[in-house]
Design a protein around this ligand. Sequence first.
Ligand code: FES
Ligand code: FES
Length: 166
Amino acid sequence: MGEWIKMPITGETRIVLTVNGRNVEFDIDVRMTLAEFLREKLGLIGTKVGCNRGECGSCTVILDGNAVYACTVLAVEAAGKEVFTIEGLTEEGKLHPLQEAFIQYDALQCGYCTPGMIMSLKALLDSNPHPTEENIKNAIDGNACRCGCYPNIIHATLASSRKKSE
Ligand code: FES
Ligand code: FES
């Protein structure tokens, strides 16, 4: 039988974590999700909330190297960990190669799924710099794009991984 984590179910607690390379410390409601924390406490509204119940992937962020749904992770679970959001991808105003490839290959329409989609793909490319089409499909099988941009998303990701190896 697993171990129970002893934690109050109401009230406030202090969390310290790293977000996009910066240490942050906040008093938060223990029931706050990581998505709410990022958007409401840090103003990182690039993390979108679509379904808010672990179905659409629009809230995907990278937590200690893994793509996770920020709507199904409590902020307190991220304490002491490292979080990356879409805002953490640009360096000195320069877009990440994956973001540039999305523009070049027209891999979005409304763009609502795009931050989550890119974070899932960033986690993939970090662990597997030369993914196959199948790897890419698996990486985004939890990210729904209502605009149906999947073929272009796959092309953009393949192009970005090729560029990295040039
Ligand atoms: S908003 Fe988190 S999975 Fe849909
Ligand atoms: S670009 Fe519109 S939902 Fe994906």
